[in-house]
Design a protein around this ligand. Structure first.
Ligand code: PLP
Length: 442
């Protein structure tokens, strides 16, 4: 009997005992190679001494001081470290406790920016189908993942969606990459014109779609055009890097690999590498100054925002990424993982697409490679793969509804940045074995 209200009420979960490097150990003595960081969280593995030490030192000095009364060294240092990684336009970081809080904060920041700039009629958000921006009501309302929204639709703020940039499914045969990028991005312009530019506040977008579609990066030129459209119609660009940020794609921010900068960028998950819950919104000077020189007060706030211990963990996480040269490791090991996956999975008839950037990789499963027809929903492929992988000592992150919230399946991989070639061999061997075992029951 468990008194915990688990996310799946009837799940029979193993009890975690300890973690070491890229491995987790349960109390029954089973060992799991962590190939997904839970949900792209555990970027430094499970026993990073520098992060633990930084948290202990902060707790020894002071575990908590409310942000209405004090600032603290760890939050000041964290905000500075993040801004140093960005262009001169970014000098203000709003620190919260997770991804949904970061997205909620960014949505409200966008709204307050327009209220303070004398454009209160701007009140609509546009996002993309198949995006996920969090589970709180505001973040869920902008998200485009239908099955997550469905039961709550009647209590969600209306929002508007365009198609994702999803070349595997939406690029027409014979269409060049650039033509497709422009066609996909121009949907934003059409939507803004349909709603009226005077009414649209912001476009919310994951630079690499994570959990819902399985590490789908944009095609070349997509974000340049998106930025142009946002500028033309005075629409803020909010990039949600909760899953793909903090080095996961091989650059600190995923948007660094695109030809566009956001106005607001949301971070979480890997920011504290799982050692502490933490999230952040970085605002550019335009947004910050409108509020600072207007009311001077962002009308938001949470009790645990800028928590000193969480900030200390995040400072140590970023410093470790720098000191251990982990961005380069992500690119190198990401390339290796891709090569090994291509080699091991290419001939499996149900592996349709392998994609992603750095150590953020999605494998889309299909019933037929030629037609790209999805596996029947009734295969429950995602649930079966997750269960079988755990039995094989592998944590991966499979999901259903890849294409439209109902159809399609993928497996998401997001292993710790400290992964070594022998772990990659183990990961690929275990994953290939799992897929073969499960596919016999399809
Ligand atoms: N945004 C994206 C892109 C995410 O992937 C997630 C979580 O998976 C969130 C927001 C919400 O973050 P959290 O679960 O920390 O609230």
């Amino acid at each position: 009997m468990s008194y915990v209200f688990h996310r799946h009420c009837h799940a029979n979960l193993p009890i975690i005992d300890r973690g070491e490097g890229v491995y987790l150990f349960d109390k029954q003595g089973n060992v799991y190679l962590d190939a997904c960081g839970g949900a792209a969280v555990s970027n430094l593995g499970h026993s990073h001494q520098a992060v633990k030490q930084a948290m202990l030192e902060q707790i020894e000095r002071v575990p908590f001081a409310h942000t209405g009364f004090f600032t603290c060294d760890s939050s000041e240092r964290l905000a500075e470290l993040i801004c140093r990684r960005m262009s001169d336009q970014f000098n203000h970081v709003y620190l919260v406790s997770g991804g949904s809080e970061a997205v909620e904060s960014a949505l409200k920041m966008a709204r307050q920016y327009f209220v303070e700039s004398g454009q209160p009629e701007k009140s609509l958000f546009i996002a993309r189908q198949q995006s996920y921006h969090g589970n709180t009501l505001g973040a869920l309302a902008v998200g485009g993942n239908e099955w997550r929204r469905e039961p709550f639709k009647s209590i969600l703020q209306p929002s508007h969606h365009i198609a994702p940039c999803y070349a595997y499914r939406h690029q027409k045969s014979g269409e060049s990459e650039l033509t497709y990028s422009l066609r996909a991005a121009n949907e934003l312009e059409a939507k803004i014109l349909e709603l009226g530019a005077d009414n649209v506040m912001a476009f919310v977008v994951e630079p690499i779609v994570g959990a819902t579609a399985g590490a789908v990066p944009a095609t070349q030129g997509y974000f340049r055009r998106i930025r142009e459209i946002c500028d033309k119609y005075d629409v803020l660009l909010i990039m949600d890097e909760v899953m793909c940020g903090v080095g996961r794609s091989g650059s600190f921010f995923a948007f660094e690999q695109e030809d566009a900068e956001p106005d607001l960028v949301c971070m979480a998950k890997g920011l504290g590498a799982g050692y502490q819950p933490i999230g952040a919104v970085v605002a550019n000077d335009k947004v910050y100054q409108a509020i600072a020189s207007g009311s001077g007060f962002f009308q938001h706030g949470h009790t645990f925002m800028a928590h000193p211990v969480a900030c200390a963990a995040a400072v140590a996480t970023i410093e470790s990424i720098e000191q251990q040269d982990l961005l380069q490791a992500v690119s190198q090991q990401g390339m290796r993982l891709r090569q090994e996956l291509d080699h091991a999975l290419v001939n499996l008839p149900y592996v349709g697409d392998i994609r992603g950037k750095g150590l953020f990789i999605g494998i889309e499963l299909v019933a037929d490679k030629q037609s790209k027809a999805p596996l029947p929903v009734s295969t429950l492929a995602d649930k079966r793969i997750k269960r079988q992988a755990m039995q094989n000592g592998l944590m991966c992150y499979p999901m259903g509804g890849t294409i439209d919230g109902v159809n399609g399946h993928h497996v998401l991989l997001a292993p710790p940045f400290i992964i070594q070639p022998n772990h990659i061999d183990e990961l690929v061997t275990k994953l290939a074995r799992t897929l073969k075992e499960v596919s016999r029951q399809w």
